[in-house]
Design a protein around this ligand. Structure first.
Ligand code: COA
Length: 336
């Protein structure tokens, strides 16, 4: 029996692909040296353990304002108008409101009245999971032009007195316009491991309704907690496997891929994945040095950088791969 993917491709004779990208980063840059003054850390420790030198931190910006800026740039880059957008998906864990969703706020700001808009929470794999949804919508005929955004203000979820996490994260947003394309997304492989989710958490405000006792109430806002070594092991084990799975579905090998754009969490994770795939480090562009880990924003910000730098030619094959809280993981193989 044919799998669903090949059936869909034959049925529509089309796949979905990225036709434009954009990104937005906060103006304020925070160096490792500045963090040395906040917590007991050193520039040397941060660089050698993570590769990060500085990150952008939102002062004036919000998750929505960065998402809107990235979206507008992606639409301009793709040459599409707001009226043409019929699907907006924002991957985020740090929206400005519980509701309306960030996607609905973006819809309002860019006047995309014809769109269906919603957020998804897949943490650092949020952009990739959004891309998978857009791919399915477009191939099934439910949408024609989708705007996929990864946007985060992680600085508000960060405990700025915890040296184990505050040095890792940054703020920003990236966006891509996805449309029907003769050749585009060749394959997507995804997975989740809810049982391992305790390795990376941030609790929401707890229930404090008037029917609870005072002792049960806890309204203190929580911050990001992480078991760094567990997350590290998960990433190094899972990411090569999910990339290989996506490559197998696309009937390609790692040697066919020009660039692997990985979630920008840690240079050592990226180097370990490159080694496991037997591929040279030059095939793994990075921007974590200047951006840190932007969670769902990480992959689209890097993709926009690589695209705007003219590093991608039509017909190039690339892999996008993300992993993060949930735990969640996924990889996509695309022809540019
Ligand atoms: N500056 C200085 N020392 C620090 C520090 C910092 N910013 N953060 C932690 N340390 C200390 C620890 O307290 C520990 O000290 P101890 O030995 O006295 O107890 C020591 O450094 C080693 O800590 P450890 O956690 O073992 O370091 P590590 O080599 O595992 O590196 C990470 C820590 C976070 C960089 C690493 O585990 C990692 O990258 N994990 C993956 C994180 C990730 O990608 N998260 C996002 C996923 S989406």
């Amino acid at each position: 029996m044919k799998d669903f993917e090949s059936f869909r491709q034959e049925e529509t004779g089309m796949s979905a692909g990225i036709v434009g990208t954009g990104s937005a980063l906060p103006a304020r840059v925070v160096s490792n040296q500045e963090l040395e003054r906040l917590v007991d850390t050193t520039d040397e420790w941060i660089r050698s353990r993570t590769g990060i030198e500085s990150r952008h931190i939102a002062v004036e910006e919000t998750t929505t304002s960065m998402a809107v800026e990235a979206a507008e740039k992606a639409m301009k880059n793709a040459g599409v108008t707001a009226d043409e957008i019929d699907l907006i998906i924002v991957g985020t864990v740090s929206g400005d409101m519980h509701f309306p969703s960030t996607a609905c706020q973006v819809q309002k700001e860019i006047s995309a009245g014809n769109a269906t808009a919603f957020d998804i929470n897949a943490a650092c794999a949020g952009f990739l999971f959004g891309l998978a949804i857009a791919d399915a919508y477009i191939r099934s005929g439910m949408a024609r032009t989708a705007l996929i955004i990864g946007a985060e203000t992680l600085s508000k979820l960060t405990d700025w007195s915890d040296r184990g996490t505050c040095v890792l994260f940054g703020d920003g947003a990236g966006a891509a316009v996805v449309q029907k394309k003769e050749e585009g997304i060749l394959s997507i492989a995804q997975g989740s491991d809810g049982a391992g989710g305790g390795a990376l958490t941030c609790r929401d405000r707890e229930n404090s309704n008037p029917f609870m006792t005072q002792a049960m109430m806890n309204t203190d806002p929580d911050h990001t907690h992480m078991n760094g070594q567990e997350v590290y092991r998960f990433a190094v084990k899972t990411v090569p496997v999910i990339i290989e799975k996506a490559l197998e579905k696309a009937q390609l090998g790692p040697e066919d891929i020009k660039f692997f754009l990985l979630h920008q969490a840690n240079i050592r994770i990226i180097e370990a994945v490159a080694r496991k795939l037997g591929q040279p480090a030059e095939k793994f562009p990075t921007n974590l040095q200047k951006c840190g880990n932007i969670s769902a924003g990480s992959i689209p910000v890097l993709l926009d950088y690589v695209h705007q730098e003219g590093m991608l030619q039509k017909g190039d094959k690339i892999v996008l791969a993300g992993f993060g809280g949930g735990l969640t993981f996924g990889a996509a193989v695309l022809i540019w």
